[in-house]
Design a protein around this ligand. Structure first.
Ligand SMILES: C[S@@+](CC[C@H](N)C(=O)[O-])C[C@H]1O[C@@H](n2cnc3c(N)ncnc32)[C@H](O)[C@@H]1O
Length: 317
């Protein structure tokens, strides 16, 4: 049944009752409407969780354990907080495909380790540095269920969409009619296309295999632009500078939102690019939203495990 038919059915129920009973019925609806809505939200959440879980399982079969494709070249950063990610002591693991419990399972099965031995044969061990290049399911839920408001009529663009994690999240957890992923790596674009087709998401998701610098008109139109640590591990420093200059020129739609990990300040500081942030973006405080989301997603409003505090929200001035 579609919504107009349901509305007609509702009106028919009222007109089939006598005046007094119809008033009783409408009062019952009024008193119970919030509970009914909450119940329905749980059903919708549950359905989107099931679809997301199925996509995660599919993508795990298409990628190596480290989530890096043969067609991409990871550039370990030489500056900034991740400059200590030496290849021998760093594990790349895709947080969309593998959550903490999955990593524990992999460690139990001997397929992965959380530590490395600094002195072979001794008990002197150090934790490995884990690097993810995708948003986790909790981060996806935070962005689309808590951080961003109603996305009806809005265009959402994920720059560097990789596995497509945020695109599927936007599809399942928002009503944004136009969701676009821009990804430079052909293998990841192919994976995203496969998922979008398999899960019937073509009506609202598009994926472009492009360098974001070729997408000026798309970037200018975006109502929400997502930049989840896009360039640090993938582009040399000089290219990162030119991309940030490109974004500075093209992300100018007044009132549009920019979601970033890490903060824009931190990204620009690492590559020593002094852009005039004050005239460009207004950071929106997220403390209250994050506390509420932490409570719902981790069961604790101030959990130390939360990755959510890394996510910054800005509005274009
Ligand atoms: C950290 S991942 C982001 C993943 C995804 N947005 C998410 O949150 O799950 C960064 C991705 O950006 C892509 N990328 C890097 N530079 C790019 C560029 N100039 N244009 C398009 N994609 C780019 C990389 O290939 C990589 O897959």
């Amino acid at each position: 049944m579609d919504v107009p038919t349901a509305i007609d059915g509702f009106k028919n129920i009222i007109s089939s009752l006598n005046n007094e009973n119809s008033l009783h019925f409408l009062n019952w609806v009024k008193e119970n409407i919030n509970d009914l809505i909450d119940k329905q939200i749980k059903v919708v959440d549950h359905n989107s969780d099931i679809v997301l879980e199925s996509i995660r399982e599919d993508i795990r079969t298409l990628l190596p354990l480290n989530g890096v494709t043969p067609t991409e070249k990871i550039c370990t950063p030489s500056v900034g907080p991740n400059a200590d990610c030496e290849s021998t002591t760093t594990e790349h693991i895709d947080a969309f495909c593998f959550n903490d419990d999955d990593i524990d399972d992999l460690c139990d099965e001997g397929q992965m380790s959380r530590n490395y031995c600094t002195n072979c044969g001794s008990k002197s061990i150090q934790p490995l540095t884990f690097i993810t290049h995708s948003a986790s399911v909790k981060e996806i839920k935070y962005i689309f269920r808590h951080l961003l408001g109603d996305l009806r009529g809005k265009t959402v663009v994920d720059v560097g969409s990789r596995t497509g994690a945020l695109l599927y999240g936007a599809y399942l957890m928002s009503e944004a009619p136009c969701i676009v992923g821009v990804e430079i790596d052909p293998t990841f674009c192919h994976i995203q296309q496969q998922m979008v087709t398999k899960y019937g998401m073509k009506d609202r998701i598009q994926v472009f295999q492009k360098d974001v610098q070729q997408c000026d008109s798309l970037i200018q139109q975006a109502d929400v632009l997502i930049l989840n640590n896009v360039f640090e591990f993938f582009m040399p420093l000089d290219v990162q500078k030119s991309i940030w200059n490109f974004l500075y020129q093209n992300v100018r739609k007044k009132g549009s939102y920019v979601v970033t990990v890490p903060s824009v300040q931190e990204s620009l500081q690492s590559i020593e690019l002094p852009l005039d942030l004050d005239s460009w973006l207004q950071e929106i405080p997220t403390g209250e939203v994050t506390a509420r989301a932490n409570l719902l997603l981790y069961g604790d409003p101030v959990t130390e495990d939360s990755e959510l505090t890394q996510i910054h929200l800005y509005q274009v001035k």
